[in-house]
Design a protein around this ligand. Structure first.
Ligand code: PLP
Length: 401
């Protein structure tokens, strides 16, 4: 018999979403006529916009012709898409060869974890998107999450009390620092000053920042950085990952990218980019050619306009949810430059709040405690949903909470 990988055994069982499902089911058994609305999961709901959808369709049809057929492409991605990302997203500050196209940000996070290996010490925002910690535990960096021991993983508390930015003076040196802005789940966006101090901290400690910019298109306020490379000196210390998932509705299509700058070097001077190229060519065979044609269309003028309208649609939801909570006197954060609202009802733990909202309003949310210890007491509302459902959920909360 094969012995189970001990690192996987150290992962807590996938608890959060199955538990939400279980409680939802129990609620429906007690209230069979309840019309439940989910503001829980960060999954997109609106159709892919016409120009981008038509590029996907044409690419798929092209594959059915002798002239249009292509098989494996370059593992790093289509040159045209890499060029477009370089010019449209980074204003040419990042060169196409530093951009690697992927099948999504989550998959790139996993491959980065393979690249840095099991000895890398890591720091994560607390709360944060779970894959930074869970993927690291799979790689063998954790102690035993089931027992609440976190081995080499440093938690950087991000709460309203510190304006959702860690007190870097108290954070020990680690090899990697995961940083997500706009943040899932808190909706907080780091300012230029904050990111400048983060880059300075990484430079001082010779750490590498893995900057998750999956929600950058949701930033609407001027002056807030959409990429870590707006900060001087970031190219020597930061990898950035990004995605078409939330901005273009590609959660199911699957397309993202990572940037590994030429300037980023290991302690011995070896370029990190060369290792990333090795990982991508060894463990990944390139993103779907259909998806990449969609990505190219998403970054031309028409596509960018469509992305803006899709993002605005979800941000109207965010604004409705935040206003509803504020009108009830509930402490609420985010929802201005991010599609998540992070709320706290005093004196209640996350699951109690979850139950209360489900019970009184038939609305499903996500308990903040599922994103890390500092998420306890909070609840996350997702702004992904149809307007009519979100409006109805907000009306119910205003009436019944
Ligand atoms: N990063 C963050 C912060 C996310 O919230 C998500 C998805 O919810 C992802 C990455 C995953 O993105 P992708 O669909 O590109 O794998």
């Amino acid at each position: 018999m094969v012995k189970r990988n001990i690192n996987i055994a150290r992962l807590p069982s996938a608890y959060l979403f199955p538990e939400i499902g279980k409680r939802k089911k129990m609620h429906l058994e007690k209230n069979p006529n309840a019309k439940i609305i989910s503001l829980g999961i960060g999954n997109t709901t609106e159709p892919i916009t016409p120009h981008i959808a038509s590029a996907l369709k044409n690419a798929a049809q092209g594959l059915g012709t002798v002239d249009g057929y292509t098989g494996y492409g370059e593992e790093q991605g289509m040159p045209e898409l890499r060029k477009k990302i370089s010019s449209q997203v980074y204003n040419g500050k990042i060169s196409p060869e530093e951009v690697f196209i992927s099948d999504g940000a989550k998959c790139d996070i996993a491959r980065l974890q393979v690249m840095f290996g099991s000895n890398a010490k890591i720091a994560v925002q607390d709360p944060s998107y779970p894959v930074y910690v869970d993927g690291s535990i799979i790689m063998g960096q954790g102690g035993d999450a089931v027992k609440g021991q976190f081995g080499n993983i440093v938690y950087m508390q991000c709460t309203p009390e510190n304006n959702f930015f860690p007190d870097l003076g108290k954070i020990p040196k680690t090899d990697l620092i995961y940083f997500c802005s706009p943040n899932n789940p808190t909706g907080a966006v780091a300012t230029k000053e904050q990111l400048t101090s983060l880059v300075g901290f990484a430079r001082k400690n010779a750490s590498i920042i893995i900057f998750d910019a999956a929600y950058s298109e949701f930033i609407s306020e001027r002056g807030l950085p959409k990429t870590i490379y707006e900060i001087d000196g970031a190219k020597e210390v930061a990898i950035e990952i990004n995605s078409f998932s939330k901005s273009a509705g590609f959660t199911g299509v699957r397309l993202g990218w990572s940037v590994v700058p030429n300037e980023l070097k290991y302690a011995d001077g070896y370029p990190v980019r060369s290792d990333w190229n090795r990982i991508v060519t060894t463990l990944f065979n390139g993103a779907s050619n259909i998806a990449q044609h969609g990505g190219i269309a998403a970054l031309d003028d028409k596509g960018l306009k469509e992305i803006k309208s899709l993002v605005s649609y979800y941000m109207e939801n965010a604004s409705m949810i935040r206003s509803a909570l504020e009108s009830l006197g509930i402490e609420a954060y985010g929802g201005i430059n991010a599609p998540y609202i992070w709320a706290r009802m005093t004196g209640k733990n996350s699951w109690d709040t979850f139950e209360r909202i489900l019970d009184k309003c038939n609305v499903v949310t996500t308990p903040g405690s599922g994103f890390g210890p500092a998420g306890e007491g909070f609840i996350r509302f997702s702004a992904f949903g149809h307007h009519a459902d979100v409006r109805e959920a907000c009306d119910r909360m205003k009436r019944n909470l």
